[in-house]
Design a protein around this ligand. Structure first.
Ligand code: DON
Length: 561
């Protein structure tokens, strides 16, 4: 069975009459806030802020805590991106995306006939890229941290060793994992194998001790010594590729942010190897000339316009975006106003363009060659947006025996064969083919917005390829549809991505009339019965107070003061 997460929940839409506006304001704070996927992790981050730590300190501590309390996506065995805007307005991004191991190759998931070996890039030991999270967090701390490193790791250690109480949702999630835990691990992680209930206490002893080594030795506590030995032994037991050399040579990379303007807002987002920033820029610039505030949230004309912009942006993504260290990404061309105007020139308000009529745009002289987000603002006005991932929920399902953490299945984000969709239905080619040491293309879109030169919003989400469109909608919900942060995060979402040629709509996202109008224009509409995304965001209100937007689709929580 091919693991199409993206496609597996679809049934033809029967759309409801309910409106998706919630009329709620999120948690408010005077000056500092953390919003993350789990109440305990948000509490760890907020406690660091109360102790005088800055936004980077809080983001580091929150991520370590998420690795314990939210192990389906919070991680030390995965990777991520951090977007940082300091109080003086300077901004940077940190890329700690996983890399293909040195022994990886473009044909590693193909059989001798050149056909894709199903699920090999998504489950088990061969699915993992070299983890980047610990290197990233250590690098962020060296450059921008203010509290001692050990103080940022210790809360996660305490939770792992002293145990914590499972939420209903987390218990259910672990119960769904039981078969995979048995199938994909070389040594069964017996401590996780049981029927869980909300309210049960859970302990992550091996992970707690791994975090102690990270506390005491920094990144070396992960990339060298016992943790590295355990990881490499795990790889050898399961025919994986990651070696001591891969671990030792992994480095996180500071990159220039991707910046653009939407109306009077400056947007600061993640550039390649994420496709998020570029695609988000293309989407916002494509819809900017149109009166979507007047058309209304999720109305047929608005959804039609967004879908048409999305199919063009995702067609570009499939050809032009990959790791900039390996592939010459034509970012400037993709973002030029002339190029975007040209792409939208054949937008027809009366008709959906079938995706097979859409190709990537033409760029002169260009050779064709379960994730989680957290948003933090500190009382000085520094802001951090972090999206971090194992890829699928619990990544490869493999736990490093002896060290107690899940490994990613990020290799599936490469194009394992040109034109063959990955688990999110995304296709790619040369730009995103597997090469040793290369970073796989991501959709993660941690983003910060400014208005009048001041911090305005911190936003991001998990959701594979739906990340980009969820961030896109959340921004439009606030700026165009005048929603509060909490409303913007909770509002029902839609998604489209060129291929498959469909609009995916959460239950209740579209009124029946709008759904009929969209079908008449030629759109195929499918219902997504699971949610789209788990957006966590912070909005600076005109009076300077912070409003948290914590996604009700999960256990997500805002905590501030
Ligand atoms: O980097 C990416 O685009 C994906 N690995 C993200 C995966 C994800 O968001 C899964 N969460 N639901």
């Amino acid at each position: 069975m091919k693991l199409y997460i993206f496609l597996s929940f679809l049934i033809v839409a029967g759309c409801s009459q309910q409106t998706s506006r919630t009329n709620t304001v999120g948690i408010l704070a005077d000056s500092a806030m953390v919003v993350s996927a789990h109440p305990l992790a948000s509490h760890v981050g907020a406690t660091i802020l109360r102790k005088g730590g800055n936004a980077v300190d809080a983001a580091i501590a929150t991520q370590f805590a998420l690795a314990v309390v939210y192990p389906s996506a919070g991680n030390i065995g995965g990777g991520g991106f951090m977007v940082l805007r300091q109080k003086d307005g300077t901004a940077t991004t940190l890329d700690y995306r996983e890399k293909a191991p040195a022994a990886a190759s473009a044909i590693m998931y193909l059989d001798s006939a050149g056909e894709v070996l199903e699920d090999l890039s998504a489950r088990g030991h061969l699915a993992s890229g070299v983890p980047g999270t610990v290197a990233g967090l250590a690098e962020a701390h060296v450059k921008y941290g203010s509290l001692p490193w050990k103080d940022l790791v210790q809360p996660a250690i305490d939770i792992a060793l002293k145990g914590f109480v499972l939420t209903e949702r987390e218990a259910k999630s672990l119960n769904n994992l039981q078969e995979d835990l048995k199938e994909f691990n070389s040594i069964e992680p017996t401590f996780l194998i049981k029927e869980w209930k909300g309210g049960d206490s859970i302990f992550y002893t091996d992970l707690g001790h791994t975090l102690e080594r990270i506390r005491d030795n920094g990144a070396a506590g992960f990339y060298e010594g016992k943790t590295a030995d355990d990881l490499v032994a795990e790889m050898q037991r399961g025919n994986g590729l990651i070696t001591h050399q891969d671990l030792k040579t992994y480095k996180a990379t500071w990159r220039e942010p991707l910046r653009f303007k939407y109306k009077e807002y400056n947007v600061i987002s993640m550039g390649p190897p994420s496709s998020g920033g570029i695609a988000l820029a293309q989407l916002l610039k494509s819809v900017e000339p149109y009166p979507i505030a007047k058309w209304g949230h999720n109305s047929a004309p608005t959804v039609h316009l967004m879908t048409e912009a999305e199919r063009r942006a995702y067609a570009d993504r499939s050809v032009y975006l990959g790791d900039p260290d390996f592939f010459d990404v034509p970012a400037e061309e993709l973002l030029s106003p002339m190029y975007i105007a040209e792409r939208m020139k054949n937008f027809n308000p009366e008709r959906a363009t079938p995706s097979h009529e859409i190709k990537e745009g033409s760029i002169a002289d260009h050779e064709s060659k379960q994730t989680t987000h957290l948003s933090v603002v500190d009382s000085k006005g520094n802001a951090v947006a972090v999206t971090t991932t194992l890829n699928d929920s619990y990544g490869s399902r493999v736990i490093v025996a002896g060290s107690g953490f899940f490994l990613n299945d990020e290799m599936d984000d490469f194009s394992v064969k040109p034109g063959v969709p990955n688990m999110y239905g995304a296709i790619g080619g040369e730009a995103n083919k597997i090469e040793p040491g290369k970073r796989m293309l991501s959709s993660m879109t941690p983003t910060i917005l400014e208005k009048n030169g001041k911090l305005f919003m911190v936003v991001g989400t998990p959701g594979g390829t739906t990340i980009i469109t969820s961030v896109f909608q959340t921004i439009l919900n606030v700026i165009e549809h005048k929603m509060t942060m909490q409303e913007a995060v909770a509002a029902k979402r839609i998604h489209s991505q060129w291929l498959p040629d469909s609009i995916f709509a959460e239950t209740g996202a579209l009124l029946a009339d709008d759904s009929v109008s969209l079908s008449r224009l030629g759109h195929a509409i499918h219902l997504r019965t699971d949610g789209i995304g788990r957006v966590d965001a912070i909005l600076v209100q005109p009076n300077g107070k912070l409003e948290g937007g914590a996604d009700p689709r999960g256990d997500d929580t805002a905590e501030g003061f």
